[in-house]
Design a protein around this ligand. Structure first.
Ligand code: TXA
Ligand code: MG
Length: 322
């Protein structure tokens, strides 16, 4: 089913679908989400079904109002208040101890729940009109590229969901940063739309990086993820004469590669703009008749770290499968 433009009428219709236990894809400022009523386990089960997502992978609960956080979580301390005060609404997800009202299916049986307030007006309007928190993973098939336009959602999940709300391209373009807060400290579970440096500045303490163990706490920690169909090679010296190659550069082509197979993340070298273009350029390259995507490495500072995390995970899938 084709996406429908988000308007007050279509948002009201989408909210009706959520209340009735259905599934709606909707825009957030990071990527498109695949939403269902977070407090209705059978609706949530539909998300796993549509995404072909394993049940061990918990979902983020989206709320529109800070007062809802109290209904879902325990032990919301001063550190959580500082971070939510500064970054919400926006691309930060906090993992906190959960209350019983949150179904186990949402959290895959963990005693914590991931929550965020998105800043996209359509997401906020949908959550408010639904009158319930909305559980939503990114609206892609498990392990595949995240969608930053309604068309990306349509091409991956078309027939398995009830409605796709089109709110234009996502402005941040990579997923939220996930921080777990517990009594022992702050932990980065996934890098994302807010740079680690900014979070540490606000919290006034170091954020510890959780290394992926055998059971990752966030699949963002799986060694491969966010993968296009084509193989990705990260290199500063791409073979521009590879006629089956596509080329992804940061600001300007390092080699003289064919224009129709060359994409630039940000001509002015702006990491925010590069993040916003990342998935959509990978979708575009993935749809070309090529075998390999050569991606230039970006600097690891600020959002560059989150961009490199996604490129590295995408490139590892190929190594794993080959
Ligand atoms: O920007 C985003 O975060 C987007 C938009 C739609 O909000 N959502 C998103 O969801 O990226 P998803 O499902 O693709 O990634 C959510 C991540 C997963 O890696 C999951 O394992 C982790 O959040 N997660 C959820 N609940 C968790 C919990 N209780 N403990 C640790 N990790 C959790
Ligand atoms: Mg995802």
């Amino acid at each position: 089913m084709p996406p429908v433009k988000a308007t007050p009428e279509t948002i009201a219709r989408a909210a009706g679908i959520i209340k009735a236990g259905g599934i709606v894809s909707f825009p957030t400022e990071t990527v498109y989400g695949l939403g269902a009523d977070a407090l209705n386990p059978s609706a949530v089960a539909g998300i796993f079904e549509a995404k072909k997502r394993p049940f061990f992978d918990p979902l983020i609960v989206h709320i529109a109002d800070i007062s809802t956080l109290d209904k879902l979580c325990l032990n919301i301390d001063r550190r959580a208040e500082k971070l939510t005060g500064k970054f919400w609404p926006g691309p930060l997800t906090l993992v906190l101890e959960k209350k019983d009202i949150v179904p186990d299916l949402v959290t895959s049986g963990l005693n914590t729940v991931a929550v965020r307030i998105p800043s996209h007006p359509v997401a906020l309007a949908l959550i408010k009109a639904s009158g319930t928190p909305i559980a939503a993973p990114s609206a892609n098939r498990f392990g595949c590229l995240s969608p930053t336009t309604a068309r990306h959602v349509e091409s991956q999940l078309n027939n398995d969901i009830d409605m796709i709300l089109d709110g234009g391209p996502c402005s941040v373009g990579i997923e939220s940063t996930i921080i777990k807060i517990d009594s022992s400290g702050l932990y980065l579970l996934r890098s994302g739309g807010i740079a680690l440096e900014e979070i540490e500045d606000c919290a006034g303490e170091k954020v510890l990086i959780k290394n992926a163990g055998d059971i990752p706490e966030a699949p963002g920690q799986l060694p491969w993820h966010y993968s296009p169909e084509k193989r990705i090679i990260i290199t500063g010296s791409a073979p521009a004469d590879d006629i089956r190659g596509g080329f992804l550069y940061f600001t300007t082509p390092l080699q003289k590669s064919p224009a129709e197979r060359t994409l630039i993340l940000s001509q002015k070298g702006d990491l925010k703009e590069a993040a916003a273009n990342l998935f959509s350029h990978l979708h575009t390259l993935d749809s070309m008749d090529i075998d390999t995507i050569y991606a230039e490495p970006l600097p690891y500072n600020g959002l560059g770290a989150a961009i490199m995390d996604r490129l590295e995970k995408a490139s590892k899938k190929f190594i794993k499968n080959s």
